[in-house]
Design a binder for this molecule. Structure first.
Ligand SMILES: Cc1ncc(COP(=O)(O)O)c(C=O)c1O
Length: 382
């Protein structure tokens, strides 16, 4: 019997999610309606952030967030290369330059010591990535950010529901961007959010999301009549639909259950894979509780990674690799970023393999992953 493929990530959609979407389809508002505002209120409650603005992706959220804190032409953001390209791309959209600093080799999180050395008068933000779902060391980053008077942005695409020393993601940075792509912690199909306590940043993100259009009567430069609204800055159409937000609200109610399942799977992997020589398991940062978006193992010997990866696929374990350091994409190479600039991130990439982890994995799926990884490691790593 051929076993079904277990992908590295997959959405969990129940009948109540489908009902929420169908109800919204039959309502008066498909977009810019009550589900959008309600999803924002729910996100704010769950995260503890004062304001939430929902957008059509995390990429849009990062773009709008950077713009809202004033990132512009000639500026720099200091960030980690162990992320999806969008973290850096959003700075490029604004004419700014990402400055990549290396990671802690055990967790894949940005190394605050290196951040300190990279901040200059051009730095407009420190952007941390909660790689694989584990919050970065925001206490250390905060000390640096305060010394240099720059804001911290959290790319929390992986970490909704995670916490550091009991403080929830959404309250750790000045501005936090979330993703609701299907493999993430909850989904809206495509979608994202910007969380912040700063009312000005929130207002700016909300404006940029919808063409830079201003509706509040008190802010208009003139009054042509009750219909009148005006564009005061160049914005985008980064709006998310009510259909998606209805799904997001339904998903958000299940976040505690999703997180508990992800954490149980990670604990099972830790136990079931710990005796494999030639494989390093994910490093856990003290005080941090991960959302376990990814479970990333690293082979000790990079030259064996491909064989290990391919053998797992032949056994229907749909592993993936996260991430090629952003500056090693050809587009970034053409911008002049040299290979070798962050050797720990390059080494991490050369050894990383993401195993399946998502709430829908059954106990027997988890057992299958553990047995297969053990067998394949014996074949390819020892
Ligand atoms: C760390 C990180 N940042 C940003 C993004 C972009 O998210 P989205 O697909 O919602 O635009 C992703 C998506 O994979 C990601 O993993």
């Amino acid at each position: 019997m051929t076993e079904s493929l277990l992908p590295y990530g997959h959405q969990t959609i129940d009948s109540d999610d489908i009902e929420a979407v169908v109800r919204t389809l039959a309502s008066d508002f498909l977009t810019t309606g009550p589900e959008v505002a309600a999803f924002e209120a729910d996100l704010s409650t769950v995260s503890g952030a004062s304001h939430a603005a929902v957008l059509n992706s995390c990429t849009s959220a990062l773009h709008a967030a950077y713009a809202a804190i004033g990132v512009g032409p000639g500026d720099e953001i200091v960030t980690s290369p162990l992320t999806f390209a969008a973290t850096g791309n959003a700075a490029l959209y604004l004419g700014a330059r990402p400055v990549f600093v290396d990671i802690d080799p055990s967790t894949g999180l940005i190394d605050p010591v290196l951040v300190e050395g990279a901040v200059t008068s051009r730095t407009r933000a420190i952007v941390a990535i909660d790689y694989a779902g584990q919050p970065a060391d925001y206490d250390a980053l905060r000390r640096i950010a305060d010394r240099h008077n720059v804001p911290i942005v959290a790319d929390a695409a992986h970490s909704l529901g995670a916490s550091d020393k009991g403080r929830a993601v959404g309250t750790l940075a000045d501005v936090t961007a979330l993703s609701f792509h299907p493999v993430k912690l909850i989904t809206t199909g495509e979608g994202g959010a910007v969380l912040t306590d700063d009312p000005d940043v929130h207002a700016r993100v909300t404006e940029l999301r919808s063409h830079g259009m201003v509706l509040e009567r008190s802010r208009l430069t003139r009054d042509d009549g009750p219909w009148y609204m005006e564009m005061q800055s160049l914005g985008f159409n980064y709006r998310i639909t009510d259909i998606q937000c209805a799904l997001g609200r339904s998903q958000l109610r299940k976040l505690p259950r999703f997180l508990a399942r992800r954490r149980a799977i990670a604990d099972s992997y830790d136990r079931g894979l710990s005796s494999i020589s030639g494989l390093d398991l994910p490093g856990r940062r003290k005080g941090a509780e991960s959302a376990w978006h990814l479970y990333v193992v690293r082979v000790s010997e990079p030259s064996r990674r491909r064989r290990f990866f391919e053998a797992l696929w032949r056994s229907a374990i749909g592993v993936q690799v996260h991430y090629l350091p952003v500056y090693r994409h050809p587009y970034y190479q053409d911008l002049g970023y040299p290979e070798g600039m962050c050797p720990r991130a390059e080494d991490f990439y050369a050894r990383a393999v993401s195993l399946p982890i998502f709430p829908g994995l059954t106990d027997s799926d988890v057992e299958r992953v553990i047995e297969t990884v053990n067998a394949v490691a014996r074949e390819t790593l020892e």
